[in-house]
Design a protein around this ligand. Structure first.
Ligand code: 13P
Length: 287
């Protein structure tokens, strides 16, 4: 059964570790993330972007697949199914589809409008038992064609949004989606510290988990980050492993062309990446 992200993140914040959100792209991805979480006895959040949702034939298909897979794989660790960077309209679609958690990304609205829409969605989620993530300060890089500038959030705005009663808060601290450029300045711990001081117990979310050095991840967790999103790194691991399989000519040997064989190394590579991240984030054994 799916759970919302409230309890797992409250525990993570108190215990000074972070729960990983791993974005899913297809059935193999979902299976890889769920099996790894179960093997490591770790809570997990499956992230679904609008683009990935569309690719997988809509949020209803995704919710039905995840629900059935949790059951058929015998997954007992807490699993949240979460809309990543949701528009106002997509939030409602996911609530209807059976997601257990949503992110409303109102960071591009003026703060007053972000607050009004966030408030409305908080009420709907509270009635239906979902958790809600809000975002302040747009997070840079490119995700599904949406490009942000990698700004640092205003700690006072963070407090305003946190006080509305969101479950978790994503705040820009110089992080960006995708690969980090050579000249990246790193995370702004000064901003993170100021945000955590204003928002207290609120679990903070670090987007753009791909490529952030380990010491920065650990420091971010020590300053209140309780959820870390990873997408690109699993995609790179998957692509590298599948490319290697084909370059070695394995698809031409026997029935190596069978998709169950062809995609197996990629699926294993996702598992390895997820394991590495769960160990780094400290969520192993915390289910
Ligand atoms: P990366 O693709 O950089 O890992 O970021 C994932 C993310 O933040 C999803 O919201």
């Amino acid at each position: 059964m799916l759970v919302n992200a409230k309890e797992m993140l409250t525990k993570a914040k108190a215990g000074k570790y972070a729960v990983g959100q791993f974005n899913i792209n297809n059935l193999e991805w979902t299976k890889a993330v769920l099996e790894t979480a179960q093997e490591l006895n770790s809570p997990v959040i499956l992230g679904v972007s609008a683009g990935a949702g569309k690719y997988m034939c809509g949020f209803k298909t995704v919710a039905a697949m995840v629900d059935a897979m949790v059951d058929s794989l015998g997954i007992t660790v807490p699993v949240a199914l979460h809309l990543d960077h949701g528009t106002y309209e997509d939030c409602y679609k996911c609530i209807d589809a059976g997601f257990s958690s949503i992110m409303f990304d109102g960071s591009h609205y003026p703060i007053e409008e972000n607050i009004a829409k966030t408030k409305e969605l908080i009420d709907v989620c509270a009635q239906k038992g979902l958790s809600l993530e809000a975002e302040v300060g747009s997070i840079g890089g490119e995700e599904d064609g949406v490009v942000g500038m990698g700004e640092c959030a205003d700690p006072d705005e963070c407090k305003m949004i946190a006080d509305l009663g969101v479950t978790m808060l994503a705040a820009g601290i110089g992080n960006i989606h995708g690969k980090y450029p050579e000249n990246w300045a790193g995370l702004s711990f000064e901003t993170l510290d100021a945000i955590q001081q204003k928002t207290g117990d609120m679990p903070l979310v670090l987007h753009g988990g791909t490529g952030i050095p380990e010491d920065m991840i650990k420091k971010a967790i020590s300053l209140g980050v309780a959820k870390i999103n990873v997408n690109t790194e699993c995609q790179i691991s998957f692509a590298e492993a599948v490319r290697k399989y084909i370059e070695e000519g394995k698809d031409l040997q026997g029935k190596g062309f069978d998709p169950r064989k062809l995609l197996a190394p990629g699926t294993q590579a996702i598992k390895d990446t997820v394991k590495e991240k769960m160990e780094l984030f400290g969520s192993v054994g915390k289910a």
